[in-house]
Design a protein around this ligand. Structure first.
Ligand SMILES: C[C@@](CO)(OP(=O)(O)O)[C@H](O)COP(=O)(O)OP(=O)(O)OC[C@H]1O[C@@H](n2ccc(N)nc2=O)[C@H](O)[C@@H]1O
Ligand SMILES: Nc1ncnc2c1ncn2[C@@H]1O[C@H](COP(=O)(O)OP(=O)(O)O)[C@@H](O)[C@H]1O
Length: 304
């Protein structure tokens, strides 16, 4: 082990520009055609070497720390055990998560932390895991975890874990409105099954959205944003429909639920339009974030 080392890895939140969901497979997972984008809201994960193992967390002041499990059930505990097992190492070190990605918000904050833990512990333990092995370990931790390693804008197939970058020439301005109460991903998928018993085996490719990304055209992208889980999320949280309408009437090109929700994301034409939309939404919502995408996947920001 390297002694006296501290390393911080930063991992981004994701939004789903397109989320096509098919009928459940035999293993219970849903086949997806997902276009992910990594956006500039981050969790920072700091690891420090030591013989014992611990995980703790601090959260942004608008978040509830008690929503992050710290009793050995954190996804970071699973990431550490998986990486250590892969190399025949003992789990060691102390981990601190500095969390700004909304918990249970449809923005893959847990997946970001898992990806950051793989990158950070791989360096701390000097394990030199290959990129292919890191991606395979990431997929075992969760469907969204490989994308958190890759970042940028990417197509996700399989159950979301098969990730391939797509051409994206734009700088996209987003307004994000998290919700103080999260939504459960498995519950939203179950509700999707009830609402759409005839979902296809393989969801189709979102060609107009991919063309909009390639062209860097915000109006075309706005028109093409789509989420098959949105009806399920709106059914369980009717307040989100009002939020989407409010963002669009405040000037955003288009608002959608991201992933399983409840965070709503609004695509804007410019930085000014994003700031104006955010200012209007702040009248009724405590937390409204302005950010851009695409940004890099999990990456070290300090190694001292
Ligand atoms: C809905 C999405 C869209 O990107 O994101 P979130 O809203 O959670 O951020 C993802 O599919 C969430 O991925 P992730 O949160 O990694 O899911 P996993 O840990 O793999 O699975 C959690 C549970 O979600 C359901 N699940 C997940 C992925 C998938 N393709 N089909 C599913 O049915 C299953 O019930 C599974 O037990
Ligand atoms: N490091 C972590 N950060 C957030 N949630 C975690 C973490 N580890 C485990 N969890 C659990 O995972 C659930 C889903 O969290 P999260 O990844 O934030 O949401 P989503 O799946 O909607 O993107 C949380 O409700 C929490 O119980």
């Amino acid at each position: 082990m390297t002694l006296g080392k501290t390393l911080t890895v930063r991992a981004p939140a994701k939004i789903n520009l397109h989320l096509g969901v098919g009928a459940p497979r035999e293993d219970g997972f849903h086949p997806l055609t997902s276009v992910y984008q990594a956006v500039g809201v981050y969790d920072d994960l700091t690891v420090e070497d030591g013989d014992s193992w611990s995980v703790d967390v601090t959260v942004s002041d608008w978040m509830d720390r008690s929503h992050v499990p710290l009793d050995g059930d954190n996804i970071v505990d699973r990431a550490a055990a998986l990486l250590a097992g892969h190399h025949g190492l003992a789990v060691s070190g102390s981990v601190h998560i500095d969390k700004a990605i909304p918990v249970a918000g449809g923005m893959a904050g847990g997946s970001a932390d898992a990806a950051a833990a793989l990158v950070a512990l791989d360096r701390l333990w000097e394990a030199n895991t290959s990129d292919d092995d890191l991606l395979a370990l990431a997929a075992q931790l969760g469907s969204d975890v490989p994308f958190a390693l890759v970042g940028g804008t990417a197509l996700g197939t399989g159950r979301g874990e098969v990730v391939e970058p797509v051409t994206d020439t734009g700088t996209w301005w987003w307004v994000l409105v998290p919700s103080p109460i999260g939504l459960s991903t498995p519950e939203i998928y179950r509700h999707f099954d009830r609402l759409f018993p005839d979902a296809p085996a393989v969801p189709p490719m979102p060609e107009p959205l991919l063309a909009a990304l390639e062209a860097g055209d915000p109006h075309a992208l706005a028109a093409a944003l789509h989420n098959d889980l949105q009806p399920a999320a709106l059914d369980l949280r009717p307040d989100l429909a009002k939020l989407i309408a409010a963002g669009e009437s405040a000037g955003a090109l288009r608002g959608v639920v991201t992933g399983s929700g409840p965070t709503c994301v609004f695509l804007c034409e410019s930085a000014d339009q994003a700031r104006e939309t955010a200012a209007e939404l702040r009248a009724a919502h405590d937390v409204v974030l302005v950010t851009t995408g695409a940004v890099a996947g999990a990456h070290p920001v300090s190694y001292v």
